[in-house]
Design a protein around this ligand. Structure first.
Ligand code: ADP
Length: 232
């Protein structure tokens, strides 16, 4: 089992206030690592350090080292030569509230391909279908791809957002409370698809639900006041 992510001595500050302190952890490839803990302990911030999403927040600052292995080589994702656009292709993210764009189901899924210029007309339809199949959504939407994505149920919208993240074939997927806004049945379906996705991707899952963590996570860590207080 090869490590995929190595975090060493990670500190994070909002306007000088520390919210992560000396985080050291390794994430093994093709596993689901759960990050648990009450609200306000730095879980979302920790995820955002892995795709540099926090960089648009004024007054935010990071210290420490995050290495992710792409191919055979570990790379420091904060190296000045490391392009954030490349990072975001390889490290996808799904949020607590499903956030479909105001456009059709098909256009939602194909959007990242257009955004990254990775858009070959020929294989776009195939890639959309593959992403929707990986998200367990294809059978439900294959006959209505031109309908507005906002007409889908909450659970379907969240699977759409997962498909939108998967179309770029990310190597790492960050999931911030992906089932908190959903009913049990929808949540269970997402758990099942994440277990499939981890065969080809490394997942970090922030979750409030200890039963969910027990069901699907390979490893877990508990964050309290910005520090890892427990690992299993
Ligand atoms: P969690 O995901 O565990 O709920 P967060 O990472 O969202 O925790 O937040 C950790 C701490 O950082 C909290 O005290 C929160 O209020 C603060 N925080 C989060 N985002 C910002 C921001 N954009 N500006 C200032 N403080 C923030």
């Amino acid at each position: 089992m090869e490590p995929k992510i190595k975090i060493t001595g990670l500190d994070f500050y909002y306007n000088g206030r520390p919210v992560l302190e000396n985080i050291c952890m390794e994430v093994v490839e093709n596993t689901i690592t759960a990050v648990t803990g009450p609200s306000g302990q730095g879980k979302s911030t920790l995820l955002m350090t892995l795709n540099r999403l926090w960089e648009s927040i004024e007054g935010a600052r990071v210290k420490g080292d995050i290495q992710i292995r792409f191919g055979q080589k570990f790379q420091n994702i904060y190296d000045p030569g490391f392009r954030v656009s490349e990072l975001r292709k390889k490290v996808g993210m799904v949020f607590q509230m499903p956030n479909p764009l105001p456009m059709s189901i098909y256009k939602n899924i194909v959007f990242p391909l257009k955004l990254t210029g990775d858009h070959k007309q020929k294989d776009a339809a195939f890639r959309v279908e593959t992403a929707l199949k990986r998200s367990f959504l294809w059978e439900e939407v294959k006959d209505r791809l031109n309908e507005d994505a906002r007409s889908l149920s909450g659970g379907q919208q969240q699977r759409l957002c997962i498909a939108r993240a998967l179309i770029l074939n990310p190597e790492v997927l960050l999931l911030d409370e992906p089932t908190s806004s959903l009913d049990d049945t929808s949540g269970r379906m997402i758990e099942a698809l994440l277990l499939e996705v981890k065969k080809t991707c490394t997942l970090l899952l922030v979750s409030h639900y200890l039963d969910q963590v027990k069901r699907i996570a390979d490893k877990g860590m508990h964050l309290s006041r910005g520090q890892i207080t427990q690992e299993w």
